[in-house]
Write a protein that binds this ligand. Structure first.
Ligand SMILES: *[C@@H]1O[C@H](CO)[C@@H](O)[C@H](O)[C@H]1NC(C)=O
Ligand SMILES: *[C@@H]1O[C@H](CO)[C@@H](O)[C@H](O)[C@H]1NC(C)=O
Ligand SMILES: *[C@@H]1O[C@H](CO)[C@@H](O)[C@H](O)[C@H]1NC(C)=O
Length: 345
């Protein structure tokens, strides 16, 4: 009798130990898995070979070309597992291309935000470097602004600019040290299938050091969007991104590029908009966005005036007078709320 009881107890104890062990191993494995996917390391994460990439992009054919970034060309491709991706191939003969690849890996490896373009993997050999990024089916903001087949209304424009502002707020304040994108413009804002905006191309981004509020560089962003202190002295700070953001905000609602022939000599986007404040706003706004006879004209006009005022506040000549991205996010959400009224979204 006792012998049976003891052996039963023994068996139960053994089973309990086995279960506990299995659980512990499972947890350990899961933890490892999580660590692996979070601690993305360009060397060890999902490996995509040079040959797979070449096949995926049909040998980097013209028909797969999506566009050009600061140091490379971007192709559309489909990996062997069926996933659509964007492949950014660095032009290594360009000066600073190696450094640019490293910076972009560094930034994208450490950052995670809904409004940043995600890197899936990298392919790196001494004479070939590529980043494999999430594919964005709705293309760039540039395309949405300037092709006739695509139209953004005021609300979509505001939502996209809120996405971009959130991405910048995260870069400026969400990481251990501030990161300056340095090349903010519509072609670097990509839209996914739900039209959520993702900031891309960190090829010339600057990581500021501990307690450092600005740095110096000789690599310049794009004319028309770069802040005066950056263009003239190479001085880079988070306020440079705010300036470019202000210029982009003007562009989205006026559909006028800073490089447009409209602007020359003393006339630039800032002076043009400043001169039309507050009464001549309807003359500068994209004519598709504001039609005199339409419903809610007054409300839309007020919203657009606030947007242009915000854009001017972001792009003041003096860096110290510019708003910061936290303030911009708050201001934009307020403007959107005024447009929509107290309705649930
Ligand atoms: C682009 O975004 C729109 C929403 O604005 C969506 O309806 C459409 O399906 C998207 N296009 C593609 C190709 O995903
Ligand atoms: C904007 O316009 C005001 C006058 O309305 C002028 O005093 C100011 O200097 C202008 N600012 C810029 C940046 O052009
Ligand atoms: C722009 O700046 C002025 C002066 O600081 C402020 O009164 C105004 O509310 C700002 N406008 C917006 C839209 O943020």
């Amino acid at each position: 009798m006792f012998r049976v009881l003891f052996s039963l107890l023994g068996i139960i104890a053994l089973i309990l130990i086995a279960v506990a062990l299995a659980y512990a191993i499972g947890r350990y494995r899961r933890k490892k898995l999580v660590e692996k996917t979070l601690d993305f390391d360009p060397g060890t994460a999902l490996r995509v070979s040079y040959y797979e990439l070449r096949q995926a992009t049909e040998g980097y054919s013209e028909s797969c070309l999506l566009g050009a970034g600061s140091f490379g060309s971007v192709y559309r491709g489909t990996l062997n597992n069926g996933r659509d991706v964007a492949v950014k191939v660095f032009h290594l003969h360009l000066q600073n291309a190696f450094k640019s690849f490293d910076v972009e890996c560094e930034v994208l490896r450490n950052l995670r935000h809904r409004n940043l373009c995600k890197v899936i993997s990298t392919c790196s050999n001494p004479d070939f470097k590529a980043l494999i990024l999430e594919y964005m089916p709705n293309g760039s903001l540039e395309k949405w602004l300037y092709s006739d087949n695509y139209i953004l209304d005021i609300l979509q424009g505001i939502n996209i600019m809120i996405d971009v502002a959130c991405a910048l707020e995260y870069l400026h304040y969400g990481y251990s040290t501030p990161i300056v994108h340095c090349d903010l413009k519509p072609s670097n804002v990509l839209l996914d299938e739900d039209s959520v905006a993702h900031l891309s191309d960190f090829g010339i981004a600057k990581l500021l050091g501990e307690g450092e509020s600005n740095a110096f560089t000789t690599t310049l962003g794009t004319m028309g969007y770069i802040a005066p202190e950056y263009g003239l002295e190479g001085s880079v700070s988070t306020r440079c991104d705010v300036y470019s953001y202000g210029i982009m905000l003007m562009e989205v609602f006026t559909r006028k590029k800073p490089s447009s022939e409209k602007f020359s000599g003393d006339i630039n986007p800032r002076s043009w908009i400043n001169d039309s404040m507050p009464n001549a706003i309807p003359q500068i706004i994209d004519s598709k966005l504001l039609v005199l006879e339409e419903e809610h004209y007054a409300k839309k006009l007020k919203c657009l005036s606030s947007l242009m005022e915000l854009a001017l506040n972001c792009s003041t000549e003096s860096a110290n007078e510019r708003m910061n991205m936290k303030e911009v996010v708050v201001a934009l959400k307020k403007i959107r709320f005024q447009l929509l009224g107290p309705r649930p979204e």
